[in-house]
Design a protein around this ligand. Structure first.
Ligand code: CA
Length: 224
């Protein structure tokens, strides 16, 4: 899942970005509303986090512009104080939720999870394919009766494949949703990660769940 964070305070931005990355999200950061708008027009985000107080274009203005541009990504506004007017203004501008600074990381993570879920309009905490089960809240994966230990990138990749299953996901969609804008798309990292996922999920099990569609992408499914 890929997130855009628009926040001018560097300390807050790096703290939030690090926490989100630890939870397997790919994060792009912008320090101004103008940069945020440019990134949001260029990339598909699963959620957008906007600070209200930005130099130049405010978070509220940016939110309004994003909705005018028909960007549907769920938006969480970060407000400096618990000002009722600010919250109302944000929601009126098209934000889905708000969080008052200072906030606890656990709270932020819970809100982002809820936001991403809302974006996919799929509320289920558990995603399944055959005898494989991915728990989005516990961030755990089980195949049969055995726990499958995954790194955060492997988890994010599997989550995306399961959310789209039985449809396929293209290589470029994987890059867009699992990695951030620093990703070098010429590398074969996607293939490497798919192979690792296969080794962890399919090796010693049947039926195979991860399928390659030549020239198209990848798909999860219990049937061949
Ligand atoms: Ca600010």
């Amino acid at each position: 899942m890929r997130i855009l964070l628009v926040e001018d305070e560097r300390k807050v931005a790096s703290f939030v970005a690090r926490a989100l990355r630890e939870n397997a999200y790919a994060v792009d950061s912008a320090g101004t509303g103008e940069d945020g708008l440019r990134l949001a027009l260029e990339n598909p985000y699963d959620a957008i986090l906007l600070d209200v107080r930005l130099p130049g274009m405010s978070g509220i203005e940016l939110c309004r512009k994003l909705r005018q541009a028909e960007i549907q990504s769920p938006i969480l506004m970060l407000t400096a104080r618990s000002l009722v007017e600010q919250r109302v203004e944000g929601l009126d501008a098209g934000a889905d939720d708000y969080l008052t600074k200072p906030f606890a990381l656990a709270e932020l993570q819970a809100r982002v999870r809820a936001l991403v879920r809302r974006g996919f309009r799929r509320g289920e905490a558990k995603l399944r394919c055959g005898d494989l089960e991915l728990d989005r809240h516990r961030r755990s994966v089980i195949r049969g009766s055995a726990r499958v230990p995954l790194t955060s990138k492997e988890f994010a990749l599997l989550e995306l494949l399961l959310l789209r299953s039985p449809d396929s996901v293209t290589r470029s969609e994987i890059i867009e949703h699992v990695w951030d804008s620093h990703f070098d798309s010429d590398t074969n990292l996607v293939e490497v990660y798919i192979n690792r996922l296969r080794q962890k999920i399919d090796q010693g099990h049947g039926p195979k769940l991860v399928h390659t569609l030549r020239g198209v992408g990848y798909r999860m499914g219990a049937a061949e």
